[in-house]
Design a protein around this ligand. Structure first.
Ligand SMILES: Cc1cc2nc3c(=O)[nH]c(=O)nc-3n(C[C@H](O)[C@H](O)[C@H](O)COP(=O)(O)OP(=O)(O)OC[C@H]3O[C@@H](n4cnc5c(N)ncnc54)[C@H](O)[C@@H]3O)c2cc1C
Length: 240
């Protein structure tokens, strides 16, 4: 749809809105002049330049998809991080950010009404590219069965709740579950994974995203549960 030859230009994105998404994360909406649009699942790079010329570049998934020059991001703050505290705490509406993208052609879902279902699995901010896929699926009324398994710390840490309310989502709360939740808070286990995702026999395409440790653990469990590794696409955000 909007994928084309790689575009290597750096562009200037204007922050049209920044708001608190969770206690530790901000949602940042950018207007990027000349942005070619993007597929669901792609990311961009943000480059910060200090007055002495020092630069730091980090990747951020895009929570929006399709044509247009508006790009929706959500950034979780790592307290000891170099870039994310600046983006979450210091950026204000009207600020300009240098961006490069869209990037990535593998961790991408395009509306295709294929019969094999799509299983999304996100840990923490790893849900961001999956939000773009959910939006694209919803906006195009695509008939592919879609499910999301979302591992997050507490109910307050939910990213994009307005998108998730219309989706088929299984939540795993790792630190504190909502009052009355049927299961106590705790990390995702292989048994909960098996009970929450499309069975291997249904041959789902899986999009799995989160910290490196989360992705590697869950990908290994999926293979042990009989999922074809060729059907599992992963995006690692870093960390352990
Ligand atoms: C393709 C891609 C898409 C991404 N999309 C998003 C996104 O949509 N939202 C978002 O918030 N982040 C996203 N990230 C992560 C992001 O690029 C940065 O790594 C993150 O913001 C930390 O940068 P920093 O400069 O603040 O921390 P750094 O100074 O780079 O690191 C500080 C410390 O945190 C550790 N660390 C780095 N990254 C992580 C992590 N993800 N989890 C746990 N520990 C980590 C480092 O090892 C280090 O110890 C994405 C990463 C990739 C590769």
């Amino acid at each position: 749809m909007v994928s084309g030859p790689a575009d290597t230009a750096w562009r200037v994105g204007s922050v049209s809105r920044i708001s608190k998404e969770t206690p530790s994360a901000a949602r940042i909406v950018l207007d990027v002049d000349g942005w070619p649009g993007n597929d669901a699942g792609q990311h961009l790079d943000i480059r910060l330049t200090a007055p002495d010329g020092y630069t730091a570049t980090r990747s951020y998934s895009i929570a929006s998809a399709g044509p247009g020059m508006v790009v929706d991001l959500a950034v979780d703050k790592l307290p000891d991080g170099e870039v994310s505290p600046f983006l979450v705490d210091d950026v204000m509406a009207g600020d300009k950010l240098e961006v490069h993208g869209p990037l990535g052609g593998w961790f991408v879902w395009r509306p295709d009404a294929a019969s094999s279902p799509v299983q999304l699995i996100g840990g923490g901010s790893g849900v961001v590219p999956l939000i773009a896929m959910l939006r694209s699926h919803h906006d195009t009324a695509d008939a592919t069965p879609f499910r999301l398994l979302y591992s997050l710390r507490t109910p307050e840490d939910t990213f994009f709740p307005e998108v998730l309310k219309d989706a088929d989502v299984d939540y795993v709360y790792t630190r504190r579950a909502p009052d009355g939740w049927p299961t106590p808070a705790g990390r995702l286990t292989k048994d909960v994974l098996a009970a929450s995702v499309f069975a291997a026999a249904e041959k789902p395409r899986v999009f799995l995203c989160g910290s490196t440790g989360f992705v590697e653990t869950v990908a290994a469990w999926l293979v042990e549960l009989g999922h074809d590794p060729r059907m599992i696409r992963t995006e690692r955000f870093g960390g352990t």
